[in-house]
Design a binder for this molecule. Structure first.
Ligand code: ADE
Ligand code: ZN
Length: 336
C-alpha cells in the first residue's frame, strides 16, 4: 500500500450519498432470494457481475430495481444494512446518511414498517459495534408522478422520528425537480432537510430548480453544474455541498474516464465537493476506493482529500457536537 493509500485508509470518512439498496452485493442477494423462496435475479454471482455493464443511468436503474425485488422482510433490510456497515467500518466511515427508495418497496407490497424496522435495527447495531452514526433519507422516485411521492411522504410521516430529510432520485432526464414542487413544500413545512439528485444526466437548470423550487440544501451529483458559470459562482458563494460520486459517473458514462472527471476542477472553482460511492455494489467501489481512484487519476493531494472530508462533515445533518468530534478526528489524522 502506498503512503497516500495508507493515508486514505485511515481518513475518518463521512458518506452523504449512498443508496442502501445500491450496496446489495450479489452473494447476499442470492442468499436472501433463496430464503424467501424467490427466483434469483441472476443465475450466479459471476453472472451478476457480468451484467453490471451500464450504458447510462437507466440501464443501471433497471438492474438496481430488479435486484432489490428479493427484499421482503425486516430481517432482509437489516442484513442488507449490516453488510454495508461492516464494509463501511473497514473504510473507517464515521457517519453515513443512507438513502432508500420507499416507493420501490411499497409498490411491490412490502410494508414500510418492515423497511424501517430492518434499517433502524442495523443502524443501532452499527452505532454500538462500530461507533458509526447514521441517519435515513427517503428519496422519491422521480420517474413516478407527484401523487405517488405524496403518498410515500404520508407513509414516511408515520415514522417521522426515523427520518432526517427527503431526497429525489431515479431517472433524471425529463423529470425535472419542478415536477415535485408541492410534495417538497410539505417536506419543508414539516421541518425536514432536503436534498436532490440534480445535474447527473440532467442539465444544469435542474440544479437551479432543485435549489429554488425544492429548497435543496445539498445537491447529489451536480457535475453538470459545470456547464453554467453563473450557477458555479452561486453554488460557491452559498457554499452548497455537492455529493459527487466519481466512480458512479464513470460506470454510468456521465464521464468517459476518471481522468476526465470534473471533481478537481469543481474544487478549484470553489465548490464544496465531497466524494461518495452512490451504489458501491453495482459500481465496484466503496468510498475508500472512490477516494483512491480519484487521487490517482486527478492527482489529489492530502490537503484536497482533507478539505473534501471537511466539506462532508460540514454538510452532514448531524448536530454541532458530532460535527466537532468528527472535525477533531480529521484534524488529528491530517497532522500525522
Ligand atoms: N438511484 C440509485 N442510484 C441512483 C443514481 N445514481 N441516480 C439516480 N437515482 C439513483
Ligand atoms: Zn445517487
Amino acid at each position: 500500500m502506498s503512503e497516500i493509500e495508507a493515508f486514505i485508509a485511515k481518513l475518518p470518512k463521512v458518506e452523504l450519498h449512498l443508496h442502501i439498496e445500491g450496496t446489495f452485493e450479489p452473494e447476499l442477494m442470492l442468499e436472501i432470494a433463496e430464503r424467501n423462496g424467490l427466483p434469483a435475479p441472476f443465475p450466479s454471482v459471476e453472472a451478476a457481475h457480468r451484467a453490471y455493464r451500464f450504458d447510462d443511468l437507466q440501464s443501471f436503474l433497471d438492474l438496481y430495481y430488479r435486484g432489490m425485488n428479493v427484499l421482503l422482510k425486516a430481517e432482509d433490510f437489516r442484513d442488507l444494512a449490516l453488510a454495508y456497515f461492516a464494509r463501511a467500518h473497514a473504510d473507517n466511515v464515521r457517519h453515513a446518511e443512507l438513502f432508500f427508495d420507499p416507493q420501490a418497496h411499497t409498490d411491490r407490497g412490502v410494508a414500510l414498517d418492515s423497511v424501517f424496522e430492518g434499517l433502524c435495527s442495523a443502524m443501532e447495531q452499527a452505532a454500538t459495534d462500530y461507533g458509526i452514526t447514521s441517519c435515513l433519507i427517503p428519496n422519491f422516485l422521480r420517474h413516478l408522478d407527484e401523487s405517488s411521492a405524496q403518498s410515500a411522504f404520508d407513509a414516511c410521516l408515520d415514522h417521522r422520528d426515523a427520518i432526517t430529510g427527503s431526497g429525489l432520485d431515479s431517472g433524471e432526464r425529463g423529470n425535472p425537480p419542478s415536477k415535485f414542487a408541492r410534495v417538497f413544500e410539505r417536506v419543508r413545512a414539516e421541518g425536514f432537510h432536503i436534498v436532490a439528485h440534480a445535474g447527473e444526466e440532467g442539465p444544469a437548470s435542474y440544479v437551479t430548480e432543485a435549489l429554488d423550487i425544492l429548497g435543496a440544501e445539498r445537491i447529489d451529483h451536480g457535475v453538470r453544474a459545470m456547464d453554467d458559470d453563473a450557477l458555479i459562482e452561486r453554488l460557491a458563494a452559498q457554499e452548497t455541498v455537492l455529493t459527487v460520486c466519481p466512480q458512479s459517473n464513470v460506470r454510468l458514462k456521465v464521464v468517459a474516464e476518471m481522468a476526465d472527471h470534473p471533481l478537481k476542477r469543481m474544487a478549484e472553482r470553489g465548490l464544496k465537493v465531497t466524494i461518495n460511492s452512490d451504489d458501491p455494489s453495482y459500481f465496484g467501489a466503496y468510498i475508500g476506493d472512490n477516494m483512491i481512484w480519484c487521487q490517482q487519476a486527478l492527482a489529489l493531494t492530502r490537503e484536497d482529500l482533507v478539505a473534501m472530508t471537511q466539506n462532508a462533515i460540514t454538510g452532514s445533518f448531524v448536530d454541532q457536537l458530532r460535527k466537532k468530534q468528527m472535525g477533531d478526528e480529521l484534524a488529528d489524522c491530517s497532522q500525522v
